[in-house]
Design a protein around this ligand. Structure first.
Ligand SMILES: [Zn+2]
Length: 230
């Protein structure tokens, strides 16, 4: 670094134009003149000799600031990496202090990009895991209320006095009415068929009335088919 700066000093001279009529004088511009060239104002309308001055500090200062900023950023990134890796490893950080300014910026940018990508990746992974977990939970939660009406012929029963209904009263597509005493099978039946004690009817009920069914005797023989409708 020192060498390159010395070279710069040798190769260039810096000067200010003192010609009051020159734009470069009015703007107090520090002109950089190659050592081999004449040390005169670069304004083509002027061309007066320049007064030598120290090289502009602006560049040096901003370079220094860039280096400091680069170092700080690098230290911050290294700190993040150590923190993310749990601090278990000794920092494998290569050359924490860069030698050349131009590289500082590119290294910094590359590091930042890599770090951002890393964070993004881990966020994506976390989001994916979260989504998978959610799906899993939904899958587990669904089957429970999924079967609202499984055909369960004798899950419940309703005592009607003259008969016992086995199924989900008053609506069941596969219920069973077992008669305890002689009674008309259904008041809506136009034929007013009467079942005896021990007879039973298997079929569909709606609103407590037989829609259609098969009528069996106590001996399990079919006595008839009943279709009343809704
Ligand atoms: Zn000039």
């Amino acid at each position: 670094m020192a060498t390159s700066r010395n070279n710069e000093r040798i190769r260039y001279r810096y000067g200010i134009c003192l010609n009051d009529n020159c734009e470069k004088c009015k703007s107090k511009e520090v002109q950089e003149i190659t050592a081999r060239k004449d040390f005169v104002c670069q304004n083509p309308d002027c061309g007066k000799p320049l007064r030598e001055c120290p090289p502009p500090k602006k560049g040096g200062k901003s370079k220094l600031i860039a280096i400091i900023a680069g170092v700080i950023a690098l230290l911050a990134i290294i700190g993040c990496i150590i923190a993310f890796s749990g601090g278990g490893e000794e920092s494998p950080a290569p050359t924490p202090v860069p030698e050349v300014t131009e590289n500082t910026d590119s290294i910094k940018a590359a590091r930042e990009a890599a770090e951002q990508q890393r964070i993004k990746d881990s966020l994506d992974a976390a989001a994916a895991a979260e989504a998978a977990k959610k799906q899993e939970a939904e899958k587990e939660a669904k089957p429970a209320p999924a079967a609202p009406k499984p055909a369960k012929p004798a899950s419940g029963s309703k005592d009607l006095g003259y008969a016992t209904f086995k199924g989900s009263w008053p609506n069941d597509v596969n219920g069973r009415m077992v008669f305890k005493s002689s009674h008309v099978i259904d008041s809506k039946d136009s034929k007013k068929r009467v079942a005896e004690a021990g007879d039973y009817v298997i079929g569909e009920w709606a609103d407590g009335h037989l829609v259609q069914g098969i009528w069996y005797g106590a001996d399990n023989k079919v006595k008839g088919s009943i279709i009343i409708g809704k």
